[in-house]
Design a protein around this ligand. Sequence first.
Ligand code: ADP
Ligand code: MG
Length: 234
Amino acid sequence: MSRFVVRTEKLSKVYHEGGAPLPVLIDVDVAIEFGEIVALRGPSGSGKSTLLNILGCLDRPTRGRYWLGGRDVSSLDRTAQAWVRLHYIGFVFQTFHLIAHSTALENVALPLHYAGVPREPAHAQARALLERVGLGERLDHRPNQLSGGQRQRVAVARALACKPRLILADEPTGALDTRTGQEILGLLLELHAEEKLTLVLVTHDPAVAAVAHRQIEIRDGRVVRESRSDAPAA
Ligand code: ADP
Ligand code: MG
């Protein structure tokens, strides 16, 4: 088995705006080992989210190859992509992406429902996950009854629901104040250690990047620098 959870070869993405091709990722080669924490950095518009969406099988490359856990997932159809996302990947977004009219418990149970887990065990697992992220007292609250930090905790619990190997987090602290952001980062690091996760974080925040084992910097769609941290926190 491959020691890489993620490996890409000449991954490229071209958008078409009014007919004119807009290359957003150009020949991106990245290799991420199981258990690594990687920070993806770069200016706004450099292609970080596009890359994360392809790594998360939310989108497909225009050219190039992508192996997830050793399996070529470059050209899966939508159904296969959805299966891979559900069973292999957890997402955390800057703006949480919770379902507004659903409770915290329902939000976390939803991926379990999709995975075919019956209602009762799904709710029991969702409850345990919410307790783990410190929201055992907020199970029946809806997102608008929760603070930003609490919403992101729900999103983290949801990301973990189907026991993914890979967590992709797109600026997970970007919408939070500094202290709350630190708490969410601390939570992600604890879960990384407990669950043997691989963590890829897009971030502008040097404090977030500092906890990574490795930093990958993107500019204008290309990887321009990779560096290993001297003293990662995890
Ligand atoms: P980042 O996350 O680093 O800020 P993005 O990956 O979101 O960058 O965007 C990279 C570039 O791709 C930007 O120029 C953006 O405008 C463009 N882009 C992103 N998504 C689309 C899309 N769906 N259609 C056309 N252009 C897009
Ligand atoms: Mg982005």
